[in-house]
Design a protein around this ligand. Sequence first.
Ligand code: HEC
Length: 233
Amino acid sequence: MSTWGLIKTVFFTAVTVVFFFVIWIYNPFAPHEEYELPDEAEKIIGDPKSAVEGRELFKQNCTSCHSLRYDGLYLMSVTAKPEWSSIEKTQGKPILERKDGKLKVRGYFVPRDVYEAVAVSDLQNLKASLGKVPPDLSTMYLARGAGYLYNFISDPQKVLPGTSMPKLFFPEYDKEAPQKVAKIVAYLRSVNEPPAGEKAKRALMGVVTIGYFILMGALLWIYRKRILKQVGY
Ligand code: HEC
């Protein structure tokens, strides 16, 4: 191999290695935790069973201000409207879950414009009393990560000084408070994580795609002489 050929080979190998290192091992675009997360909380957040309890806690404590449209949870004041259940069924798409082997409807995904049209006065009231509309939390886990959410929900003022989001869990009065916050984060996570089977399928698809490119590259490498001859070298 000529010196030039060697340089090219080394260059392209290095670029490929750096590329896969960046996307698989150290991804600078993924959120990196800067917030402390106690071990116990981390365990709860990783447990799919906590997410089920977290959903109930979310419904009780958060839906007075926040919706989570991707999982069919809307403001309490909106779901209390008499017309709401028919709007859900006519404009929404059912969100299914598997329970004891059977498929069940756990809620309805209602398009944003439809929801906001129904909720307009409720959202305005929240804005009037809190200074801003509390955000929909559908993709908050992806945006902020577990450490931030755990710390923020435990004590909003500490993380975001001046925020109008109230502190809702007080360890001094409720021994379970830290666990409850962790369960809510587990729930927010479960909304953004594909189920285990789906995750495995996606990983497999990635491996098959990359395998295809490697195989095709290898075949081209093997046949390159013949191809070069065919094009006149
Ligand atoms: C009294 C109304 C109210 C309740 C109840 C409430 N929040 Fe909030 N929340 C807000 C407001 C207002 C904001 C916007 C804060 C800001 O940007 O300053 C907010 C923001 C947030 C954010 C985004 C923070 C960020 O960095 O942008 C998260 C996450 C959140 N709330 C989670 C929750 C959870 C979980 C609960 C239930 C345990 C809850 N909230 C209950 C009013 C509320």
